[in-house]
Design a protein around this ligand. Structure first.
Ligand code: UD2
Ligand code: MN
Length: 552
């Protein structure tokens, strides 16, 4: 996503030194330290190598302009400021912060670190462990080491550990490496483009001190990648995932007594920014080390926690800003296994994600893994090491973890409802082609429907709902019949009229439109039509990847 407005982003001059300086004056530091900070900031940022605008997937120009620290709006509920937090003794609650980064802008990483050091009570912040996952900017870590050591020399209690991977190992491996060397009681995992807000630690620490098997997340406040403006994150959402093991936000329903700002249970983390007791994290075998590079590790940890005696809470009084980028800012390194087995249409990013999801499905989902394979058939072809899975099952037995079924009933009823609601799901195949809803913003919705190779990238996964008879894509677009008996794809209707136009009846392998009694048909190659139903017509036979037994 090249950012044309900020064409100056390639200039290595700090574009607005004046701004950088003013942002530091509010800090209760002696004048010498402020001067040191400003000078060091300028020096370190001016050594940023030249990269094209899209390299970071956020505006480098804006990041360089903002300085080492800026004031942030208070985004948490007012009452959080007045609550008196019951905190453990600092000597029993030392916090290690682990940040792994790959190709982060210097100014961004610095702001992450400075916000953390400045907004964390000194007596609790035990150490900062920064892992450079083989970034192209090879001198960044050394500069950082020199700079932090000098500017924060007065913080004698703060341990600073800098680790560099000799080869790119990915976020998951790097975070685990950080956790192994950490010596605090708690670990906070943080992305390298964050800004912690005032008072972020106390609400998390209070909860962790009550329950050593808990893991907590703050509410993440979104920072806009183009303007870097800091907005208020939504505290009415829980973290969850669907059957293809993709993360999803779930709406939180408050009971009559519940306050929105109180900590709440969540089936999964709201992301990878989380805090947990180091001992408990290591007992859980850390992030699954067989997961590669990026993706899935927080879902895996969430399932592992819940099934093996832990819990997850989101704590709205704790706020941390994070830049949510639309696209990956980094390449996924080629994997030999994937080159040999991957379809030519799949990128290494997709293969890595499929690989990681398959490990989760095979390790934790028990019989429900069939749901995953129905939605992600390409995962079947991804090779896995059998011992990897066997080790995990051994771990489950040793720790007497619950089966996945327990999670559906006790932690994520949303996932269970999703299963119970479905009559069939997955790709929808007619002969050797699959029905695909092509993403075409400017066309009429009806034209988005095509029949294409079932192995196409991102082929549509359909869900046929038992009660409503609606046939929906994962983006909640439903197949309906409009005026003139034209097939169309539109938002799934909540009202009765729309619902009727979107209702289908499964008869054998046919899909009959309930109101018109016409059937889905593919009479001319790859053209979806609605015609009179003819039993045994091959062109009207549509198979889902997974058909649940009908109970109605
Ligand atoms: C989310 C999580 C992230 C992690 C990821 C899935 C939040 C705020 N972020 O993605 O924590 O759980 O999902 O794995 O919820 N990095 C490396 N080596 C790599 C790739 C990335 O060190 O090979 C670093 C990267 O510089 C960043 C962190 O890992 O600091 C997370 O990567 P991201 O920001 O691209 O991931 P994000 O926020 O989309
Ligand atoms: Mn991130």
């Amino acid at each position: 996503m090249p950012d044309k407005k900020n064409a100056a982003a390639c200039s290595r001059e700090n574009p607005n030194n004046a701004v950088a300086e003013t942002h530091l004056y509010n800090e209760p530091y002696s004048e010498n330290i402020v001067v040191d900070l400003v000078n060091a900031w300028k020096a370190i940022v001016s050594r940023t190598p030249l990269y094209p605008d899209e390299f970071f997937q956020y505006s480098l120009y804006m990041s360089d302009s903002l300085g080492a620290l800026r004031g942030l709006p208070t985004t948490r509920h007012e009452s959080c400021n007045f609550h008196s937090y019951t905190l453990p003794e600092p000597s029993k609650a030392k916090v290690s912060v682990v940040i792994s980064f790959h190709n982060e802008a210097r100014s961004m990483l610095l702001r992450t670190i400075v916000s953390l050091i400045r907004r964390t009570p000194e007596e609790y912040l035990h150490e900062l462990i920064v892992v450079d996952d083989r970034s192209l900017d090879a001198t960044l870590l050394d500069d950082l080491e020199r700079w932090l050591g000098r500017v924060f020399a007065t913080r004698s209690r703060l341990g600073l550990i800098f680790l560099r991977n000799l080869e790119r190992r990915g976020l998951i491996w790097s975070r685990n490496r950080g956790a192994i060397v950490a010596s605090g009681h708690y670990i906070l995992f943080l992305d390298s483009h964050c800004e912690v807000n005032e008072g972020w630690l106390e609400p998390l620490l209070e909860r962790l001190a009550l329950n050593p098997r808990l893991a907590v997340s703050p509410v993440l406040d979104p920072i806009d990648p183009e303007t870097l403006s800091y907005r208020k994150g939504n505290a009415m959402l829980k973290g969850g995932f669907d059957w293809s093991l993709h993360f999803h936000w779930l709406k939180r329903r408050l009971t009559s007594k519940e306050r929105p700002e109180a900590p709440y249970k969540s089936p999964s983390f709201s992301g990878g920014v989380l805090m947990i007791s180091r001992e408990w994290f290591l007992k859980l075998n850390s992030f699954n080390p067989n997961l590669k590079i990026w993706g899935g590790e927080s879902i895996e940890l969430a399932i592992k926690l819940w099934l093996c005696g832990g819990q997850i809470e989101i704590v709205p009084c704790s706020r941390i800003g994070h830049i949510f980028r639309r696209f990956h800012a980094f390449e996924f390194p080629p994997e030999r296994d994937f080159t040999e087995h991957a379809s030519s249409q799949r990128s290494f990013a997709q293969s890595t994600y499929l690989h990681n999801s398959k490990i989760i499905a095979e390790s934790w989902l028990d019989e429900y893994k069939n749901m995953f394979y129905a939605l992600k058939p390409a995962a079947k072809g991804i090779p896995l090491n059998d011992t990897t899975i066997e080790e995990l099952h051994q771990f489950r037995r040793e720790k007497q973890c619950h089966r996945f079924h327990w999670y559906l009933w006790n932690v994520s009823p949303e996932l269970r409802f999703n299963l119970e609601e479905l009559a069939a799901t997955g790709t929808l195949q007619n002969e050797d082609r699959c029905l695909h809803a092509r993403n075409q913003k400017d066309s009429q919705t009806g034209r988005q429907l095509i029949l294409t190779s079932c192995y196409s990238k991102d082929i549509t996964q359909w869900s046929l709902f038992r009660v409503t008879g609606q046939l929906s894509t994962q983006r909640e677009l439903c197949l309906g019949v409009g005026f003139g008996r034209i097939l169309s794809l539109g938002p799934c209707g909540q009202n009765e009229t729309l619902r009727q136009s979107q209702q289908w009846v499964r008869t054998g392998t046919q899909l009959m439109h309930a109101a018109t009694h016409l059937c889905l048909d593919n009479p001319i190659k790859d053209q979806l039509e609605l015609n009179s139903c003819r039993s045994h017509a091959v062109s009207q036979s549509f198979q889902f990847a997974l058909e649940m037994e009908r109970q109605t």
